[in-house]
Each structure stands twice: as C-alpha cells, then as structure tokens.
Design a binder for this molecule. Structure first.
Ligand SMILES: O=C(O)c1ccccc1NCC(=O)[C@H](O)[C@H](O)COP(=O)(O)O
Length: 225
C-alpha cells in the first residue's frame, strides 16, 4: 500500500520541528522568502535543520531568487531539497539548482483555467531541463506566491501525474483524507492548515492532519505502487 509522504511547511520554531518529526513527517519546509510571515533567515534555518534526525528531508523554499542567492543560502542552511515557488522559468530553476548542487521541486501554481495538459507539459519541461528536477508541487495560485490556505480543483490533476506529484494548497485536517483518496499523490504539503498562527504550528493539528492522511491511505483503491 502506498504511504503518502508528508511535508510540514513554514516552520520557525524548534518545538514545531520536533513535533512534526515525532509525529512522522517525512519533510519539513523553511521559507526563505522575506515577505512571508513564515520567513526564516539562513542562520535560523541552520539551527532548526541541526535538530533533525536522519531521513527527514529539509526543504528550502525560494521565490524568484537568483542562482547566487540560492547558493549563498544553501551554503549556510544545508537543505537537501529546493522548492521554487515564484515565477522562475524551467531554465532558471535548473540554473539555481545547479549552483546549489541540490535537487528541486518546481511549483505549478494552479489557476481557475489551468488544464491537466499544462501540468503534464510543465513537469516534462522541468525534467527535461535538469537531472536535478525531482518533480512538481501543485499549489493554488495566489498573489502572495504561497501559504494562503486555498485549495484548487484537484480533478484537473492527470491520473498519471498524481503518483509523482506533491499535492499542496489549502490542505487541512478536514479535507486531507478526501484529497489523498481522490488524488493518490506521492506526497502532500501543508502549512496554514496546521497552524495556530502564521509560522506557529499546532502539534495537535499536525497529529490530526497526519492521521487524516493515513486514513486516506487506508481507503479502498490505494493499490501497491
Ligand atoms: O508559506 C508561505 O508563507 C509561503 C510564502 C511564499 C511562497 C511559498 C510559501 N509557502 C510554500 C508552501 O510550500 C506552502 O506549504 C504551500 O503554499 C501550501 O500552503 P497552505 O495552503 O497554507 O497549506
């Protein structure tokens, strides 16, 4: 049975990192976009990353950062995976990832008129652009670039993309079971849905969210992948 991987994003405190790890998160995200209320400096992220045990992936989030900026941040905060959340082209993502010597996720911010074929083309271009491309994260298009707690129409996600994709955007304790059962993504990503306030995570909500994802994994139709 496929176990949906889980990323908890926008962490700023040791206690929240510890709770996410203890509750079984597979990855934790640190936002290097200064306009975000969840922004952490590279030095602060390094402190938080130092608390991680093996096999929990630290993800660094960037919005329209240059290759030199990404490299400089990763030199201080040793994230294992990059996530490009801005208006970066496929080539710019590839260049920044090469500068930092890290794999990356390219984010497709889904609009109301987005189509399944666009998602497939976007992923194909990312993978064609670099061997460092680890795939796409599907989020809802918002002016703030991310972290808005808004869902998009999951029905547009092509069935042959879902098993490689990270589903994000407005996931919560209330909708995670249904999202996993409907989409069967490789992984899910959440920020707002497990917060007491922006950047302040709620361990109880993290526990409930992970349980809801596991309930989705247990629903009929989750074949061995
Ligand atoms: O979290 C932010 O504040 C943020 C700001 C700017 C760009 C990306 C940001 N977060 C990226 C993430 O991966 C979030 O987890 C994702 O957008 C989902 O957020 P939410 O809908 O709040 O669960």
């Amino acid at each position: 049975m496929h176990r949906t991987r889980i990323k908890i994003c926008g962490l700023t405190r040791e206690e929240d990192v510890a709770a996410a790890v203890a509750l079984g998160a597979d990855a934790v995200g640190f936002v290097f976009y200064p306009k975000s209320p969840r922004y952490v400096t590279p030095q602060r992220a390094a402190e938080l990353i130092a608390t991680l045990p093996p096999f929990v992936t630290a993800v660094g989030l960037f919005v329209n950062a240059s290759p030199d900026e990404v490299r400089a941040i990763v030199d201080v905060a040793p994230v294992a995976l990059l996530q490009f959340h801005g208006d970066e082209t496929a080539g710019q993502c590839a260049e920044a990832a090469a500068a930092a010597h890290r794999p990356y996720l390219r984010v497709f911010r889904v609009k109301g008129d987005s189509t399944g074929s666009e998602l497939l083309e976007y992923e194909a271009l990312c993978r064609a652009s670099s061997p460092l491309c680890a795939g796409v994260l599907l989020d809802t298009h918002v002016d703030a670039y991310g972290g808005a707690g808004k869902v998009f129409d999951w029905s547009l996600i092509p069935r042959d993309l879902a098993p490689r994709a990270v589903l994000s955007g407005g996931l919560s304790v209330q909708n995670a079971t249904g999202a996993v059962a409907q989409v069967r993504p490789w992984a899910v990503d959440v920020s707002s849905g497990v917060e007491a306030a922006k950047g302040i995570k709620d361990a109880g909500l993290i526990a409930q969210f992970i349980a809801a994802v596991r309930a989705g994994d247990a629903t009929p139709g989750n074949a061995e992948t």
